[in-house]
Design a protein around this ligand. Structure first.
Ligand SMILES: [Zn+2]
Length: 163
């Protein structure tokens, strides 16, 4: 499935092929909340880096968060690069050289109508703010940190990966 994305002011446009377009994963970590998550969370989907096309590259800025190391607690630069529009501030996509064949657009930046997930994952709940509405009940899987299933596995297991 070809996905078209853009920032709010239109200075940046991108497109990417995705086999995994369901926006099912809500991340409540502080980075997602502060940089993209007005509801207390942000949603990333996944596409293929090799198919990624970008217009307006000069208007794209990159944010790398400093996060505490699990063992030492010392803050270090995250390998994830969060890309956003320098003119309007829209969060656009994340990319990490550790998984360089994939790019992770924010669902909020995608203009193509995405399929609505029937199940959702709520993750990084250790970092959720008290006011965030966290849906629960059937169809909701909760994780204090990362879920066991990757975005690709989630789609495959439910036979939702798009050719
Ligand atoms: Zn913009």
């Amino acid at each position: 499935m070809r996905l078209q994305g853009s920032c709010h002011c239109g200075a940046v446009k991108f497109s990417v092929d995705s086999h995994t377009p369901y926006p099912f994963m809500r991340c409540y970590c502080s980075i997602c909340r502060k940089t993209a998550g007005g509801g207390g969370y942000a949603i990333n989907i996944m596409g293929e880096t090799k198919s990624f096309k970008l217009k307006g590259e000069k208007n794209v800025s990159v944010y790398r968060a400093r996060i505490p190391d699990e063992k030492t607690g010392k803050r270090k630069l995250s390998s994830a690069r969060r890309h956003f529009c320098r003119k309007c501030g829209s969060a656009l996509w994340a990319w990490d050289p550790s998984w360089k064949e994939w790019v992770y657009p924010f669902a909020s930046a995608i203009d193509t109508p995405l399929p609505k997930p029937l199940e959702e994952v709520e993750m990084m709940l250790d970092f959720a703010v008290p006011w965030a509405e966290i849906p629960s009940g059937s169809g909701h899987l909760h994780f204090r940190r990362y879920p066991e299933e990757s975005i690709a596995d989630w789609h495959k297991k439910r036979m939702l990966d798009v050719p």
